[in-house]
Design a protein around this ligand. Structure first.
Ligand SMILES: Nc1ncnc2c1ncn2[C@@H]1O[C@H](COP(=O)(O)OP(=O)(O)OP(=O)(O)O)[C@@H](O)[C@H]1O
Ligand SMILES: [Mg+2]
Length: 673
């Protein structure tokens, strides 16, 4: 019975949802509303309820029924029950209205914020007919009751009960489970009764059988026929009620969860967590919400990093040019021999400061991912080997260093000097997190990701993972959220710049890798870097030029639009014996090369210049002189090769700012190649 009742209410609710967008609360909308409601109603089976629209004051502004009295339908809104969680309201029986004296259950749905409502009426007669229609023995009972136990309507043969209160129901309060007990009925006869509350509406159903029937030994047949029947009946009611609780309510809750999330409240979570399909739906709604929330946070973070990066990159670019000149001039100054000891000391100080400024600029460039990377196929184990001795020197006695290398580690495509820097930064942070000593672990391993790892943002593929773990103080959530921000540091002033992890982040991202951190206060921290494994062939490392004072006599053409840099490079190379021709742009350079007997061994060119850029110049030059050697020089630039983030491995390149020594060594190496 309760099941039937819920079905009845459910279909009415669906009808209201369908109707909701068809009707309006507006002056003069009545005729239109009537038409919509009537057309809709005429398609439904007979005995289905009526539909009404009322405005905020309770005035009827639409009806599926022609009201014979012609007046507004009187709807007793004081009888309307508490709103149910999903927006429907169920009212107890309404006062008879209209000429028909209809008693009905009202299912009410709010139409707008002005208080207008759309109402579906389920006539009690229909409930009596359809819900309480089972044949029951004389003096038995099947009744629809309110929450407090007042009988609203009952099966026809038990009209005695209408208007009475059934105490078994009242005693059970808001408890949704069915209860059984004894009722005293007509003529003092005891009824064995069960009560089931609809979870869907503030209503219940009571069924009862006279005890004399249920328990009389003499009427064993009857007991079998009715007793078991009644029991099955009670169980059915119980089941229907729990089914209603189990399915209908969670569905509405899920619908409202989805709507809340859809409205942008991504913090909302569904509470539906049962072990059935609905629970699964609830959990997947929650998982989706979590994913969306994470994506939103990531997008915000990426946006922030992008804008800070742009700012940092812009500053770094200009600084780079300035530092090239300052550093270079200081170097030239220092090599003069008529300097007093004092002057030499000053110059040394200035050079030291310049070096620090260069290193800061480099970090900013790395963070802004505007740095030129020179990726090669590398073995991360080899890099770990390389940094190990340095680490042992930098890290105090009380920190134990443990290195675990995967023996057959896959190769990755990355710029080894950058990866050095990444690992060093992570290790130095680890050291700083363990002032009283601890263990620093560096580990390499291969890892296959077979289904997309959303948490870490890793697509399917093979990865090489390098992790750096410390047993230090760990981080709380607010700290963890900011560690990659440039200039975020918790270290005392003068101790940390807060650029360490910003640099790491930039390099890792630019290398196509991902970094994650696992940490909690007091539990230490582990940073994981996931590099995509590379199938390219291992080419070995490029030898690092180390010739202390490489000199030469060849002719070098310098093409650079920035006068100070051009003059500096000229001075640096002339001081090493080279013959230098300088051009301020590509067109100039082409003319110089075209000169008939102009011998040029190498072109050192800037990448970005007004007019003909470095690349175009080189293409044109190669057409004239296929064997000419080329070295590009650049700091940060907006150049297309930088946008790609990479330089072809076979393009020779020197990064600004450079020292005379670096430039000399680089020229020698390129010429001897
Ligand atoms: N392993 C770690 N354990 C605990 N906290 C850490 C760890 N690594 C980084 N942090 C936190 O992140 C902050 C930022 O680190 P980051 O390396 O960017 O800057 P820094 O170490 O403070 O300064 P810098 O590296 O420029 O000298 C640190 O100040 C610290 O609060
Ligand atoms: Mg650091």
């Amino acid at each position: 019975m309760a099941e039937h009742l819920d079905a009845r209410i459910g279909t009415t609710e669906l009808a209201l949802l369908a109707l909701k967008s068809g009707v309006r609360n507006a002056a003069g909308a009545r005729a239109e509303n009537d038409k919509v409601l009537r057309t809709f109603r005429s398609d439904l089976p007979r005995g289905f309820g009526h539909f009404l629209v009322v405005d905020g004051s309770g005035k009827n502004i639409g009806s599926s029924e022609v009201d014979s009295s012609g007046g507004a339908l009187a709807v007793n809104f004081s009888a309307i029950g508490k709103p149910l969680s999903y927006g429907f309201r169920i009212a107890g029986p309404l006062r008879p209205f209209g000429a028909r004296g209809l008693q009905a259950l009202a299912v009410i749905y709010p139409l707008d914020s002005a208080g207008s409502r759309i109402i579906g009426l389920i006539p009690l007669s229909a409930i009596q007919r359809e819900v309480l229609r089972r044949d029951i023995p004389d003096a038995s009972l099947a009744a629809l009751v309110s929450r407090s136990g007042d009988v609203i309507t009952s099966s026809a043969s038990t009209s005695y009960w209408i208007g009475r209160r059934i105490e078994i129901a009242a005693a059970r309060g808001a408890d949704s489970a069915g209860r059984v007990g004894t009722l005293i009925g007509q003529n003092g006869a005891a009824l064995y009764a069960a009560f089931a509350l609809s979870e869907h509406a503030p209503l219940g159903i009571v069924v009862g059988t006279p005890e004399s029937i249920a328990f009389a030994k003499a009427r064993r047949d009857m007991w079998r026929a009715i007793g078991w029947g009644a029991l099955a009946f009670f169980l059915g009611v119980l089941l229907a009620s729990t089914q209603a609780t189990k399915i209908i309510r969670p569905l509405y809750e899920l619908e409202s969860d989805a709507a809340t999330l859809g409205a942008g409240d991504l913090k909302h979570r569904s509470r539906i967590n049962s072990s059935d399909e609905l629970g699964r739906l609830g959990r997947s709604i929650n998982a989706m919400a979590e994913r969306l929330q994470r994506r939103e946070a990531e997008a915000l973070q990426a946006q922030k990093m992008e804008s800070v990066g742009q700012l940092a990159g812009g500053i770094a670019h200009d600084f780079n040019n300035l530092l090239t000149v300052i550093g270079g001039r200081l170097e030239l100054l220092a090599s003069g021999d008529q300097l007093s000891a004092d002057a030499k000391e000053d110059i040394a100080e200035m050079r030291g400061a310049t070096t620090r400024a260069v290193s800061l600029t480099r970090q900013l460039l790395a963070f802004s991912r505007k740095q030129l990377l020179r990726p090669r196929v590398i073995d991360l184990n080899a890099i770990v080997d390389e940094i190990e001795p340095m680490l042992r020197r930098l890290i105090g006695e009380d920190v134990q260093i443990v290195i675990a290398r995967e023996p057959r580690l896959e190769r990755v495509l990355a710029d080894s000097s950058q990866i050095h820097q990444v690992l060093m930064n992570l290790c130095l942070n680890a050291r700083d997190a363990m002032p009283a000593g601890g263990v620093l672990r560096i580990k390499t391993r291969n890892q296959a990701v077979t289904t997309e790892d959303e948490d870490k943002g890793l697509p399917v593929g093979r990865y090489v993972v390098v992790s750096v773990t410390d047993t230090g103080q760990g981080m709380d959530a607010p700290t963890k959220a900011r560690i990659f921000d440039p200039f975020f540091t918790t270290k005392p002033a003068g101790k940390g710049t807060g650029l360490g992890l910003a640099t790491v982040y930039g390099i890792v991202r630019q290398s196509g890798a991902k970094i994650t951190v696992d940490t909690a206060p007091g539990r230490g921290s582990t940073f994981f870097i996931y590099f995509p494994a590379s199938d390219a062939e291992f080419t070995g490392e490029y030898a690092v030029a180390s010739s202390e004072d490489a000199r030469g006599t060849e002719t070098i053409l310098i093409v650079e639009d920035e006068r100070s840099v051009r003059e500096l490079a000229t001075k640096m190379l002339e001081a090493r014996g080279y013959k230098v021709i300088a051009a301020s742009h590509g067109g100039d350079a082409m003319q110089l090369v075209q000169g008939p007997e102009q011998k040029i061994d190498l072109v050192l060119t800037d990448v970005v210049m007004p007019g003909m850029g470095g690349r175009e110049l080189v293409e044109n030059l190669r057409r004239l002189r296929p064997d000419i050697k080329v070295v590009f020089m650049s700091g940060y630039t907006d150049d297309e090769i930088v946008k790609r983030g990479l330089l072809d491995p076979d393009v020779d390149f020197i990064q600004k700012p450079f020292s005379a020594e670096q430039l000399g060594a680089h020229m020698r190496e390129a010429l001897d190649d």
